[in-house]
Design a protein around this ligand. Structure first.
Ligand SMILES: Cc1cc2nc3c(=O)[nH]c(=O)nc-3n(C[C@H](O)[C@H](O)[C@H](O)COP(=O)(O)OP(=O)(O)OC[C@H]3O[C@@H](n4cnc5c(N)ncnc54)[C@H](O)[C@@H]3O)c2cc1C
Length: 488
């Protein structure tokens, strides 16, 4: 009974009683400056629980000393200065979809949950849109739809705005470039707490690095001003094929990557393996194509896919918010689990797109029972995308001319697996992915990368990014106190 009472005191004690601990001390300071309505300390509250939910669920095992909900950039500045003064660890959470440990989670530090920074606006004269970093792209698209406009962002509604800082691949990217290419001005709270504007005319180096050079590195973005894009009806759908079609579909994907020149046509080609036992009926594997056309009539753009015999075709005319809810509205929620990503980058003028698929499948067959879901996604980077990027000044990836493609690998390990077993299967998975090798001179995509892949070092701009990081985070406050990409 006594131990229960002591535990209760521990849970309910004001954060100040741990003043020697950096996290609680930062929390106490933040509470005194922002008021208790913007800070949650109680681990057992619903709010605490919601804020520590992540797409890759093990990140939720990390327990921050408190969670803070800034509503203005000034709040963010106050928070960073308090964290710095207490020498605490911290994390910045947008939509919580980055699967790398500690990228948006923290143990015993201060979790800065951006969800309440969620204002948006549209200026019909300039056609510029603004959005703050809270919320997910589905909500952002729904807001701008009333103006028949949208912003370049995620292909699934549930993903957060940290996506744009890592580049951001959209169904509209073949027309307008990556999400970050549409940035026109950013409001950023620097690691020292100063609130600045970054654009093509002010803090141009910071603006450059923030366009695809990763979040959580040079400060906290509190407002995005972007070029909005016109939006109307979309022809879109999923085609589902049985696995015996794998090579035919792979050829169609390879052909699309190489030869499609219609920038309104976008695809994701996904191969999925499920944990069901293989009883030679191919019930444990499936191919799902995502076909999206910006307009009601795709013409012949997808004929190579529709002509392959398929099990299901969901294509129809959709609004943009409906497009990003394909195949089902809650896709990001139901795919939560012990997830990791890895990424590859390749040209399509050789057979690498087939080799990678064969290796992936062989690995999946060999490791049955050790994953809940295994998927391989082909993401084309057409020349129209890299041209659109360059026309807007280019980005931190300095993307060489398309066509080429990123391959996104997802591994979800089953619940209840021991850490040793998870580590072993992940390391074997890593070896399989790395055995395909990557094309020389092409950047790995930050948004799909595992931290150990060190994607920034594959950018031709890496040394410039290192200098910018050093300039804006000179005492390594972010580098030492929060997770994120390595600059070393
Ligand atoms: C189901 C799913 C679908 C996806 N679809 C796409 C897609 O269509 N296109 C694509 O490009 N990527 C996609 N991704 C990858 C996605 O872009 C990355 O996982 C991205 O990091 C998610 O951003 P977030 O805000 O949701 O996550 P978070 O984990 O909250 O944030 C990601 C990183 O950015 C930092 N960060 C977030 N906001 C800020 C800010 N305002 N200032 C400074 N740092 C910040 C965080 O600290 C963290 O390190 C997808 C991922 C998943 C899981």
């Amino acid at each position: 009974m006594l131990s229960f009472a002591l535990a209760l005191v521990g849970i309910l004690a004001p954060v100040g009683s741990y003043a020697s601990d950096p996290g609680p001390s930062a929390c106490a300071n933040i509470t005194s400056q922002l008021g208790s309505s913007k800070v949650v300390n109680n681990r057992f509250s619903l709010k605490y629980h919601e804020s520590t939910e992540y797409w890759s669920t093990p990140q939720g095992d990390h327990k921050p000393a408190c969670i803070v909900y800034p509503t203005t950039s000034k709040d963010v500045s106050t928070i960073l200065q308090s964290v710095r003064a207490a020498d605490s660890r911290f994390a910045v959470k947008g939509g919580g979809h980055n699967p790398n440990d500690f990228f948006s989670s923290t143990d015993k530090g201060v979790l800065i949950d951006l969800s309440k920074l969620n204002k948006k606006s549209y200026d019909s004269e300039t056609t510029l849109a603004t959005y703050e970093p809270g919320g997910v792209f589905g909500n952002i698209y729904e807001y701008f739809e009333q103006f028949n406009r949208t912003v370049v962002g995620a292909r699934l509604s549930g993903v957060g705005t940290g996506l744009a800082l890592g580049g951001g691949m959209s169904y509209l990217s073949p027309q307008y470039g990556m999400a970050c290419d549409s940035f026109r001005e950013l409001e950023i709270v620097l690691p020292n707490g100063t609130i600045v504007t970054a654009s093509n005319t002010t803090n141009t180096d910071l603006f450059f690095a923030s366009r695809g050079g990763g979040g959580n590195a040079y400060g906290i973005v509190t407002k995005y001003t972007v070029q909005s894009r016109p939006i109307g009806e979309f022809w879109s759908g999923n085609l589902i094929y049985a696995f015996p079609q794998k090579d035919t579909v792979a050829d169609a994907i390879g052909d699309f990557i190489q030869y499609n020149t219609d920038p309104k046509a976008a695809i994701i080609g996904t191969y999925e393996k499920l944990p069901t036992p293989d009883i030679n009926l191919n019930l444990d594997e499936i191919i799902i194509m995502f076909l999206v056309y910006d307009g009601p009539d795709p013409g012949t753009a997808f004929d190579n896919f529709t002509s392959i015999p398929h099990l299901l075709d969901t294509s129809k005319i959709r609004s943009y918010p409906e497009v990003v809810d394909m195949p089902i509205p809650v896709a990001t929620e139901i795919s939560r689990g012990n997830n990791i990503f890895r990424v590859g980058v390749h040209y399509a003028d050789n057979d690498e797109y087939k080799f990678a698929l064969d290796k992936w499948r062989a690995w999946g067959e060999e490791h049955k029972g050790k994953y809940l879901l295994l998927s391989l996604d082909y993401q084309p980077v057409p020349k129209s995308l890299t041209d659109a990027s360059k026309a807007q000044g280019g980005n931190a990836m300095d993307m060489p001319d398309g066509p080429w493609f990123w391959l996104n690998y997802l591994l979800t390990t089953p619940p209840g697996m021991s850490k040793t077993a998870v580590d072993a299967v992940r390391s074997s998975f890593r070896d399989m992915v790395e055995s395909t090798g990557n094309a020389e001179g092409l950047p790995l995509f930050i948004n799909d990368a595992s931290a150990d892949q060190h994607p920034l070092s594959t950018f031709s701009t890496y040394s410039r990014l290192q200098e910018i990081k050093q300039k804006y985070d000179p005492d390594n406050f972010f580098a030492d106190k929060t997770g994120g990409w390595s600059f070393e």
